[in-house]
Design a protein around this ligand. Structure first.
Ligand code: ADP
Ligand code: MG
Length: 712
């Protein structure tokens, strides 16, 4: 038996269990050892059944039996009951209203029961207790009082995992540590073998914590190593040298109808420095919505076209691409260059012979010809740009707008088009904490646009509880009457299916069922608003299940003010500029992270009118309202992202899961020292040995990481 052995070869495993394991991502022995407990429970403060008293809250362990569901005698409420038994006695459990809970526990399983002890007709019973599967391990032993609770699946209990892990730990050699000894020593981390023993079978909580710290470090370290390796490889490539000085660029910049901010200027200078090196730039420009990323992109473009090279600029939607095309026409029309637009629905070119001040439709094949012979210097577009048929004469800069909307593979395709690698400028408005950015974007250099243009109106944000709802609608009506437009963001597309338990199908939710039922759906809310609140206004809907063409159409209608109100899900978060839309309602706000709320409200920051954001919350919890109030005081999205990280934990960070980082790894992200240490060590190793030829173990692991993690 070794780390790569499949569990099916090492243990007797039923097909059902195999399925359960697969669901947990556990296939090999190594997967099993790296399937860490989510938490530990202690037997120190548990009772035994014979000691239970009426009215007390208690924790006991025992075996479940006699499970059944029924309707309570007179009131017809659904209920379930069962018994739990330990060496000292037996006690009844009753669940009212939550009969489904009983279905989640299997007969004769060993469980932990926590709840209040009640009494009826002289009989003690647990009423609506929390019941969880438990491991049988330490309950009989005096010595140990911690036992691990693992992420479980059907047929795979914590108990099963624990016993399997114990067998593996005694049989598999674990002397090869993927983390170099030297690093373990510097940061005082336990070695692999010790850490595995401590994390699965801790005798003290401190041991478990030390082991968790080590594995968190390990995860971040290998991500860093993978990113640094990718970075090194990219930086080794050859790129066009673009030698333009800031004085020359200033002349271009002065033509903007505004004065660029200090932050914009700094980013432009970073870019010019990168351009001179002869190796490709890979820079991420992070800035809140409205911080003026397009102007930075235009300045970078100017430097490149002044050197007679080409630029491509990819945006996630047609509307956005079109918007950039118009912006570029405005600021490049005094120069002798041509600009093209490629989208799924057609191609445009500026200037045109028939219309020297404007654009014209041209055929795709004609446009591609002019791109290939270099006549068209700037090509803006959607995904359509990635296609093989789009070839350049000398592409020197690729700009990706809203880069989180594209996969790494798509970005790669854009920069891998040509023999010489173009410089890459990625732009995003997703505010994430610095530690997370350093981790997942470890291959990119970071420029922050952390300063808003002067004179930008501040969004007036109101946290609206249910009793203030009508008042808020009246305020909104005033603004609509004055000719403004409104976004309404809802958490769902459809009404929930009443036949399904409410807790299914929700990404976030603070307290499950109740919230879920109340969560508003786009379709129903649009109907309700039309019927009850704003009958005098045109209302459109927009959500992710609509076809791209339908989406574009509705957005265009909204942009042209053919409709006044756009009801949409949060999924559709596009940087579209609808200057007249100065109002936004966010329904079910308690379900969103602060950074996400901030991003959603950013949509109304675009125009000259005073923007308003109404954050509708159904909750009565003061803590939640307090959290939401941070929206009124925070200065930037980054501040809110840090706040989310500390308040709600990394698991709640938007997108945390999509990167493929484990919960434990995300915990490490809370710790700036650890992230910086992992980054420093990884950088050092790659600088000395870029291909990791001297570190076969590291190399193998890095390859594994790069197949697993998605940096999007
Ligand atoms: P984002 O960073 O969200 O992509 P945009 O580039 O779309 O922001 O800019 C938002 C608006 O701000 C645009 O109308 C743009 O012309 C304007 N803008 C950009 N930079 C400045 C500045 N320094 N001062 C004033 N307005 C600016
Ligand atoms: Mg933008």
């Amino acid at each position: 038996m070794n780390l790569e052995t499949r569990l099916t070869e090492a243990f007797r495993i039923s097909p059902a269990q195999e399925k359960g394991l697969k669901k947990l991502g556990v296939v090999t022995i190594k997967d099993l050892l790296y399937h860490f407990p989510a938490r530990y429970d202690s037997t120190a403060d548990t009772s035994i059944i014979s000691n239970l008293r009426k009215g007390e809250s208690a924790v006991i362990f025992g075996t479940i039996s006699g499970l059944k569901t029924k309707k309570a005698f007179r009131k017809k409420i659904p209920m379930a009951e069962g018994f739990v038994e330990d060496n000292s006695g037996k006690i009844k459990i009753i669940w009212f209203h939550q009969a489904y809970l009983a279905k989640m526990i299997s007969e004769n399983s060993f469980v932990r029961v926590e709840g209040k002890v009640s009494e009826r007709k002289g009989q003690l019973y647990f009423s609506n207790p929390k019941v969880e599967p438990a491991a049988t391990l330490f309950t009989s032993s005096k010595e140990h009082n911690l036992y691990p609770i693992y992420p479980e699946s059907r047929g795979i209990t914590s108990n099963w995992i624990y016993h399997s892990v114990k067998k593996v730990l005694s049989r598999v050699p674990l002397d090869i540590d993927p983390i170099p000894q030297e690093i373990l020593r510097i940061y005082n981390l336990p070695n692999l073998k010790t850490s595995l023993i401590w994390i699965h079978t801790p005798k003290k909580l401190e041991h478990a914590q030390a082991a968790r710290k080590r594995f968190a470090f390990e995860e971040i370290f290998f991500i860093q190593l993978e990113r640094q390796k990718a970075r090194h490889e990219f930086k080794e490539r050859v790129a066009f040298v673009i030698n333009r000085d800031i004085g020359e660029l200033n002349k271009f910049i002065e033509r903007f109808p505004f004065k660029v901010t200090g932050a914009q200027m700094k980013c432009i200078e970073h870019i010019l420095e990168d351009f001179r090196r002869g190796h490709p730039m890979s820079r991420l420009l992070e800035g809140d919505v409205g911080s003026g990323k397009t102007a930075v992109a235009a300045a970078a473009t100017y430097a490149v076209v002044a050197n007679k090279f080409q630029v491509t600029y990819m945006a996630p939607t047609e509307i956005l691409a079109r918007q950039h095309f118009e912006f570029f026409i405005k600021y490049f029309s005094h120069l002798p260059i041509q600009i093209g637009l490629i989208t799924g629905s057609g191609c445009l070119k500026f200037p045109s012979k028939v219309n020297p001040d404007g654009w014209t439709h041209i055929s795709r094949s004609q446009l591609l010809k002019w791109v290939l012979n270099g006549e068209i210097a700037v090509v803006i577009g959607t995904h359509a740009l990635i296609q093989k048929s789009v070839k350049f004469k000398h592409l020197a800069l690729a700009i990706v707008d809203e880069q989180h909307r594209f996969g790494t593979a798509q970005r790669q395709k854009l920069v891998n088009k040509e023999e010489r690698t173009p410089h890459l400028l990625s732009m995003t408005a997703t505010p994430i904490p610095r530690t997370l950015a350093l981790t997942i974007y470890g291959d990119l250099d970071l420029s922050l646009l952390d300063e808003m243009p002067v004179g930008r109106k501040k969004i007036i944000t109101e946290i609206v509880t249910s009793e203030k709802r009508l008042e808020a609608y009246e305020k909104i009506r005033e603004e609509l009457r004055a000719g403004r437009q409104l976004y309404v963001i809802c958490p769902r597309i459809n009404e929930p299916d009443p036949n399904k338990p409410a807790r299914h199908g929700f990404a976030v939710g603070e307290s499950g069922g109740e919230l879920a039922i109340q969560a508003k759906s786009v379709k129903e809310e649009a109907k309700r608003l039309k019927k009850e609140i704003f009958p005098e206004y045109g209302i459109g809907i927009l959500h992710s299940k609509m076809k791209p063409m339908e989406k574009e159409k509705v957005m265009q209608q909204f942009k042209n003010h053919e409709i006044d109100i756009l009801t949409s899900t949060s999924v559709v978060e596009v940087g579209v500029n609808v200057e007249n839309a100065s109002l936004i309602i966010i329904e079910g706000a308690e379900r969103f992270g602060l950074a996400q709320l901030h991003q959603l409200r950013g949509r109304v920051l675009r125009g000259t009118h005073q923007p308003y954001c109404f954050v509708f919350a159904e909750t009565k919890s003061e803590k939640t309202i307090d959290r939401l109030n941070a929206l009124k005081t925070a200065k930037s999205g980054f501040e809110l992202a840090e706040f989310d990280l500390l308040q709600r934990g990394a698991g709640e960070l938007r997108g945390a899961k999509q990167w493929g980082i484990s919960d434990l790894g995300m915990e490490a992200v809370k710790n700036i020292k650890m992230v910086e240490a992992a980054r420093a060590e990884a950088t050092k190793i790659i600088e000395n040995d870029p291909t990791l030829s001297k570190f076969p173990i590291l190399k193998e692991r890095v390859e594994f990481v790069s197949s697993k993690i998605h940096f999007e």
